[in-house]
Ligand binder design. Structure first.
Ligand SMILES: Cc1ncc(COP(=O)(O)O)c(C=O)c1O
Length: 406
């Protein structure tokens, strides 16, 4: 059986870990029984599961791996520092170097603080916005993901009432947004948005040209802050930040995932005007100043700059999207490939329960290609044209198989 070891491990896990594997990594979020649950190693764009099966990976550590697994230009200096110590009480010089580098690079941002997870950064961002404006209400798009903290997570337990000041609107609906700003006049601290809408299960939505000007004018009129949550798209659109790519002007930007090619680090950045508010806020975490991820981030930035990583991931992503569209059509399926080319996702048209999506993803997993059925995909510098060719060959077979039931 292809996933025997994964399933044995899962049985053991549910005895000692609530849910066995929790959150977005739960087997229930893939195709239970037809996907690997545990992985052991990765190299370039290929990963190996606990049963020894290997895959061309299009989830890239949920986006964190942008250069390829085991990139020696990042891992060698990180490993060398690890042997000399990672968390030495006070921050290392590299923290200053990384903050200087990011403020020079990310458009409009004048300072940076570091944390571990994206959730740390988004939660800090909304707290700072509240403190800075003296207002409580937060606006976010329906179906947007900003982390696992109670103010924004999918946990809906009445006793966790952190959401009472959080209001949602359909992404891109300017009238609905305007109505919320009107209804809560003088009470809105901030709006938090991802650069484009990447909900789970459904096609991704790019912003209309009028979206950011509208958001910015409403914020300005009402004295609210605009937070760009760039944790997922981070560096797959632009080295200057995804807001630069879309021509938006946020007050705060959160980053994470691909900043250090898989090492745990997130950043919150802000405009110069917000620096004293941030300076007066208690920001800390035992591991938030650990230096290995910061060293990894510096080297990751070097490689991203030198290799023009955005051009590469856009180009191979475009090939993947176009190839999948054609392969699907050849088997009589209409599919929608949505999102930026470097962060695509595929839905079968007229497949609201995602039945075909799951069959296709399971067939691809069995052929050694990891295409998540419910979460958007990611391209990396390690995805070469030959990997795309191999993926498309296997996709053509998978589409044929699900069409014929073979
Ligand atoms: C847009 C966005 N914001 C925040 C987060 C939370 O980041 P983390 O899982 O590192 O806490 C994620 C994670 O997927 C994300 O995609």
């Amino acid at each position: 059986m292809r996933y025997k070891e994964s399933q044995c491990l899962y049985k053991r896990a549910i005895e000692c870990i609530p849910g066995g594997i929790y959150g977005s990594k739960s087997p229930g979020f893939t195709v239970p029984g037809q996907f690997p649950y545990f992985f052991t190693e990765g190299e370039g764009c290929r990963i190996k599961d606990a049963d020894g099966n290997s895959y061309i990976d299009y989830l890239c550590g949920f986006g964190s791996m942008i250069l390829g697994f085991g990139n020696s230009r990042v891992d060698d200096p990180a490993a060398a520092q690890l042997r000399k110590g990672d968390l030495l009480n006070q921050p290392a010089p590299v923290m200053v170097e990384l903050a200087e580098r990011l403020t020079g690079l990310i458009e409009g941002m004048g300072w940076s603080v570091f944390a571990k997870n994206g959730t740390d950064a988004t939660t800090l961002a909304v707290s700072l916005a509240r403190v800075h404006t003296g207002k409580k209400r937060i606006l976010m798009a329906k179906g947007a993901y900003h982390g696992s903290a109670n103010w924004c997570s999918t946990n809906d337990f009445p006793v966790l009432d952190e959401k009472i000041h959080v209001h949602t609107f359909p992404y891109g609906d300017e009238a609905a947004l305007e109505e919320l700003f009107h209804r809560y006049r003088d009470e809105i601290a901030c709006i938090i948005l991802t650069p484009y809408h990447h909900p789970t299960y459904v096609p991704q939505i790019l912003p209309a040209p009028s979206w950011y000007p509208k958001v910015e004018s409403l914020c300005e009129k009402e004295g609210a802050l605009f937070i760009m949550d760039d944790i997922r798209a981070n560096f797959r659109l632009s080295l200057k930040g995804s807001h630069h790519y879309f021509g938006a002007k946020p007050h705060l930007v959160t980053m994470g995932k691909s900043l250090a090619n898989g090492y745990p680090i997130a950043a919150l950045m802000g405009t110069k005007e917000l620096k004293s508010t941030a300076g007066g806020f208690f920001i800390t975490g035992t591991f938030w100043t650990s230096m290995v991820p910061m060293i990894a981030a510096m080297h990751c930035l070097d490689v991203m700059e030198e290799e023009k990583v955005q051009d590469h991931v856009m180009r191979v992503g475009k090939r993947l999207k176009e190839g999948l569209f054609q392969a699907a059509a050849a088997s009589g399926y209409a599919v929608t490939l949505s999102g930026p080319d470097s962060i695509p996702y595929m839905n079968f048209d007229e497949d609201p329960d995602l039945f075909l999506n799951q069959k296709f993803s399971a067939a691809m997993a069995a052929k050694g290609v990891y295409l998540h059925p419910h979460h958007n995909w990611f391209l990396s510098l390690a995805h070469k044209d030959s990997d795309i060719d191999e993926t498309l060959e296997k996709a053509a077979e998978a589409f044929r198989e699900i069409r014929t039931g073979a």
